[in-house]
Each structure stands twice: as C-alpha cells, then as structure tokens.
Ligand binder design. Structure first.
Ligand SMILES: Nc1ccn([C@@H]2O[C@H](COP(=O)(O)OP(=O)(O)OP(=O)(O)O)[C@@H](O)[C@H]2O)c(=O)n1
Ligand SMILES: C[C@](O)(CO)[C@H](O)COP(=O)(O)O
Length: 228
C-alpha cells in the first residue's frame, strides 16, 4: 500500500467583490508580487506537502502571468461558491491520482500571510486525528450579538474561535461532506461537522487573516514589507 500523501488545495476562483479592487483580489499586487504568489510561496515551502492544486475560475486568464514558473497543478474548475470550487478541486485531485485516504489541506488564496511553520504545526497536530482539523484564532474581543447596529446581547466568548485556513481532512471524507453543500457550509470544517464529526482546533496567529475588505490590503502590504 502506498504512503498517505499531503496535498494543498487552494480555492482561487472568487472575484473579490468586497475588496474594492477592479480585478479579482488574488491578482492584486502586494509588496511587488501578486497576492496569490505570496500564498503559494508559503505552501511550497512546507516540507510535508507533496503537491499543490490551485482551483481557478474557468475563464481565468491571469494566473500564469501572476505566478510565473508555478510548479504545482492548476484546474479551471471553480464554481459559484467557495464550497463548489473546493469540491471540484477534490475531483481534480482524484483525476491526478490522489487517493481517498490522502490528506487535503484547503487554504484560501486570500490568506497570503501564511507561514510554512503554521502549516507544519497543523499537520503535526492532526495527522493522527481520526477526523482532521483547522487553524483557528481564539477570540480576544468581547463578542456582541446585534440587530442592525443595536446590541442585543453580549455572548460568552470563552468557547469561541475564528476559523482560518488551512483546514485539513482526508480527501474521501471531505468529498462526501461537500457533496451537497448548503449555504451554511462556509468552510470545510462546517461540512465535516454536518456529518456529526468534530474537527480539531490548532491555534494560529491573527496575522493569518483573510484579505477581504479594502483596508486589509494596506495592512498586508505593510506586514509583507517589514518581514525579515
Ligand atoms: N466561487 C468561489 C468563491 C471564493 N473562492 C475562493 O475562496 C477564498 C475565500 O473566499 P473569499 O475571501 O470570500 O473570496 P471572494 O469570494 O473572492 O470574495 P468576495 O466574497 O468579497 O467576493 C478565496 O481565495 C476565493 O478566491 C473560490 O475559489 N470560488
Ligand atoms: C473559509 C474561511 O476563510 C474560514 O474563515 C471563511 O469561511 C471564508 O469566508 P467567505 O464566506 O468566503 O468570505
């Protein structure tokens, strides 16, 4: 029997409608490189990973110029939602020889401040777990439930975590979990939870944030430019 492998799957088929940029946010230039170049460089520096697959929109004509010399795989099979893009990416991995028992680490293209050592820690802490797990940030702020702009309640934050990526599950289990994604499935872990399973949390820093709103790009640029 062949050894279990580790694949990164990077959904990059979104349009970045909240980013304020005229082009898909993964192609915005940050510190001299496209956003997605930073993301892929971090993944390619993770020694445990065997290969990376990037899921692009079917009409994408920017990737090759934005990431020259990329040695991983690309598949132009992105869907209407992130969950659909990830599900299509899992199928693309199967077509390239990945097995149901292999681990898949799904990582947002839009989290470009990722550091290889955080991914290695996730793998070390989850590779013997029966389910899998994800990087996440324990909440540091007091949490409010609101209606519009009026606070209704302060929520006990002690058990609250903000989910990040990578999120790591076995290919076969994740494909089953994402086979009929509803609107409540906003990450891989929520699909796994819907099967009645409990993913493991691995603490990660705030710096692993997802670039979503215009101000996030300025902050990411500053952080990238001041990294050693
Ligand atoms: N149909 C989609 C939607 C999102 N993504 C990817 O999923 C990641 C996280 O999604 P998000 O930050 O919401 O990106 P966008 O959908 O591009 O942003 P927005 O919601 O602002 O349009 C991104 O890397 C994005 O490219 C994807 O592959 N396919
Ligand atoms: C997967 C994710 O990054 C975990 O926090 C997040 O759910 C993606 O969010 P979005 O709905 O695509 O903005």
């Amino acid at each position: 029997m062949s050894a279990t492998r580790f694949f990164a799957l990077v959904p990059a088929a979104g349009v970045g409608s909240r980013s304020g940029h005229a082009i898909p946010k993964q192609y915005v230039a940050l510190a001299g490189l496209s956003l997605i170049s930073h993301t892929l460089a971090a993944l390619q520096a993770v020694p445990e990973l065997d290969q990376t697959l990037v899921v692009l929109a079917p009409e994408d004509d920017r990737f090759e110029a934005a990431v020259p010399g990329f040695s991983g795989w690309t598949a132009r099979c992105g869907g209407a939602s992130r969950a659909e893009s990830v599900a299509a990416g899992l199928q693309a991995l199967r077509e390239r020889g990945a097995a149901p028992n292999d681990w898949v680490l799904v990582h947002d293209a839009a989290r470009c401040l990722l550091r290889p050592e955080w991914v290695s820690r996730l793998i070390a802490e989850c590779r013997d777990d029966a389910v899998g797990g994800l990087l996440a940030l324990p909440l540091a702020d007091t949490l409010k439930r609101a209606e519009g702009m009026q606070v209704q309640q302060t929520v006990d934050r002690r058990a609250m975590w903000a989910a990040q990526t990578p999120q790591m599950f076995r290919l076969g289990l994740l494909a089953q979990a994402l086979s009929q994604p509803g609107e409540a499935i906003t990450d891989e872990a929520s699909a796994i939870e819907a099967l009645g399973l409990s993913p493991r949390l691995v603490a990660a820093p705030l710096e692993n944030f997802k670039l979503t709103l215009p101000a996030d790009f300025e902050l990411a640029e500053r952080l990238l430019r001041t990294r050693p």
